[in-house]
Design a protein around this ligand. Sequence first.
Ligand code: FAD
Length: 478
Amino acid sequence: MKLKRIVVWFRQDLRLHDNEALHYALERCDEIVPVYVFDERQFFDKTSFGFSKTDKYRTQFIIESVLDLKKSLQAIGSNLIIRIGKPEDEIYEIAKEVQASWVYCNRERTQEEVEVQNKLEKNLWSIGMEINYFRGKMLFYTQDLPFPVSHTPDTFSSFKKEVERIVPIRKPFDTPTSIAPISISIDEGQCPKISYFKLPEPQVDDRSVYHFKGGETEALARLKEFIWEDEAIKTYEDTRNGLIGTNYSSKLSPWLAQGCLSPKTIFYEVKAYETERIKNKSTYKLIYELYWRDFFRLMAKKHGNLVFLKGGYHDKSNPNWESDWTLFNIWKDGRTGIPFIDANMRELQQTGFMSNRGRQNVASFLIHDLKVNWLMGAEYFESMLLDYDPASNYGNWNYIAGVGSDPRPDRHFNVLTQAKKYDPEGEYVKQWIPELSDVPHQKIHDLESLSEEEQIHANIRLGDDYPKSIISTKKWSH
Ligand SMILES: Cc1cc2nc3c(=O)[nH]c(=O)nc-3n(C[C@H](O)[C@H](O)[C@H](O)COP(=O)(O)OP(=O)(O)OC[C@H]3O[C@@H](n4cnc5c(N)ncnc54)[C@H](O)[C@@H]3O)c2cc1C
């Protein structure tokens, strides 16, 4: 009898646990052919403002994640076929070659990913083959929601109120423990090294909040560490606005973004911790943050490409937002002369990560103080972030620009107040801007108030060793 064979196309779901497409493929056929395609456009193309779409940190992370997936599949009898090119062509060719009955994948919802899906679907139709789509990105299943996606409330608080109490979180799918080997002869391909994408290997910076390594194995280890070993979850509510160190927040976002970790798995791990150890506002807060993630994904589904436009889905573009490269580059390179902004931007540039508190401040500063087109900032984040996720990134930028889901029209942070509150001793700023290490902490965030004499004592000459502030911070002083 003819073998029923399914190509499982791994995308941003680089895991074996709670993988719906993989689960059903194994249930419904005799043999699966797991495939990953490095989409050349994601690595070689530029964003509209000319940044590389995927810079070195995330590229390295994806390579590690793919290698880890391959190793895990091999350990249970299967393998991962790797290609570089356009998934719509590569998957199509493989499906033909192995005489597959279907292609299974977990569905993506944002523009570029959907376009690839659609093109592949068309190619497959031409040979009478189909894609079956599954879910796997969110905590909630859209079909369990009390409203159609098109009626998702546009504010987070209404969304949460409507879903939290009544929508169950489905149980994760089991991790397969054995998979039949691929019986047909096929070139397994090679995982590229980062140099293939003309990028340098990222150097480890000791100041990094975490030495991120891609892959499901590392993701599950970090989850275990954060919840069970370090029990950092117990105090998360109080620490989550931190800036330094491993445990002020979970640091799970890079793995969530590549699908090395399922949000449902996090949810049930937190529930287990609550049952076995302690349930408090901190354990709840981590789940609450995952609601935000779902919310932005639903906004991206509901409003489609509008989330990528300057005016957002309210079409409220501010005419003052200019694509000013001079101001933008000063912001990007951490040379604004405002230590809290510069420290965060330098951390991003040197590690691919920035705290949530930092992201909110630098975004607000670019948009509301420098009045620069927020899309430039969003695209730069897209390029640099280890944890870049289209819905979360553009959703948050929309929110701060006041063109998305925030009911407040102008989400403008007082950077000075924020800096003093979240970095009272200037420890974070001094970590990333060593030129300021001798400045007394009372003045570290407010360099404008540093007299000539104080500058001499602090071994710093503003304007020479460190830039003078690009805008006056006096407006924030009261
Ligand atoms: C301008 C801006 C851009 C951002 N871009 C991204 C992005 O591209 N990818 C991304 O994953 N997050 C993004 N965030 C959200 C947030 O900053 C990160 O998710 C968080 O800092 C990751 O660290 P963590 O895993 O330790 O988070 P934790 O505080 O431990 O939170 C746990 C998880 O909840 C989710 N989460 C937390 N806050 C948010 C939020 N505001 N929006 C959506 N999900 C959230 C994340 O999946 C996170 O891993 C952005 C925020 C801002 C203000």
